[in-house]
Design a protein around this ligand. Structure first.
Ligand code: 13P
Length: 257
């Protein structure tokens, strides 16, 4: 479903990487290249302690800031958690929810991911909802069942209208950090399925919702992936830590507008 209304978005997910010195170099490089990203929106999702550093370093640029997680609670006795209002306080525009590493390593289930999605929106953040199947699930031909369940958990609790102000990221678990990318056709097929799943409830919102691909995106494969009809950009892990790679991927998105 090609829709010229959908702008491209490239979001870097630094995961648990960084130091003040390395961040500063990376942020300054991305900021100074941003004028060449055309209409493609670029964002960096940094570890919580570095939000203020990133907010300051990116001030006055079009590069947006995001977090990698958000509490489902707005405030209270939740030791170690970080709320949506706090993220807004540091200028965040986006919050990743339901990343596969959160689901598998930290036990986040669909219900909790849906609560985090809604907490992000309550705070005025744009949730980037991650969905994706493991290799075992793909081998059993369960990809659509798994990503469909993960997406419907949001549709059933937040309602389809919530998707109008959200981003969906398809990240096949077997492609994350493995160097093994989904082929553009494999990724497109799942994106098309996800868009159809939204369209069952609302065709206009389905046509509008931004859908990113994530999993070993590199400068060499970004252009072809972003050229697919239902792929509106990428969620970038490893390559988002290398300034020239991340900048090249943002430029690839700009070229595919
Ligand atoms: P890689 O780009 O390192 O495969 O990571 C993808 C990812 O998990 C982004 O959220």
């Amino acid at each position: 479903m090609r829709d010229q209304m959908r702008a491209k978005l490239v979001a870097g997910n630094w995961k648990m990487h960084g130091s003040r010195a390395a961040n500063q170099r990376l942020l300054e490089a991305v900021k100074s290249a941003a004028a060449e990203f055309g209409g493609a929106q670029c964002a960096v999702c940094v570890p919580f302690p570095y939000l203020e550093q990133a907010q300051n370093a990116l001030a006055g640029s079009a590069v947006a800031l995001g977090a990698q997680n958000v509490s489902e609670h707005d405030s209270g006795a939740y030791t170690g958690e970080v709320s949506g209002p706090m993220l807004r306080d540091f200028g965040c525009r986006y919050a990743i929810v339901g990343h596969s590493e959160r689901r598998t390593l930290f036990g986040e289930r669909d219900g909790q991911v849906a609560a985090k999605f809604q907490a992000a929106q309550r705070a005025g953040l744009i949730p980037i909802l991650c969905v994706g199947e493991t290799l075992a699930e793909r081998d059993k031909a369960e990809t659509e069942a798994v990503v469909g369940r993960q997406l419907r958990a949001i549709l059933d609790t937040a309602g389809v209208r919530a998707l109008a102000d959200a981003v969906v990221a398809y990240e096949p678990v077997w492609a994350i950090g493995t160097g093994r990318t989904a082929t553009p056709a494999q990724a497109q097929s799942v994106h098309e399925f996800l868009r159809r799943t939204v369209a069952e409830r609302d065709t206009e919102i389905a046509a509008r919702v931004t859908m990113l691909y994530g999993g070993s995106v590199k400068p060499a494969n970004a252009g072809e992936l972003f050229g697919m009809a239902d792929i509106d950009g990428g969620l970038i892990g490893g390559a988002s830590l290398v300034a020239e790679d991340f900048i090249a991927i943002c430029k690839a998105a700009a070229a595919r507008r």
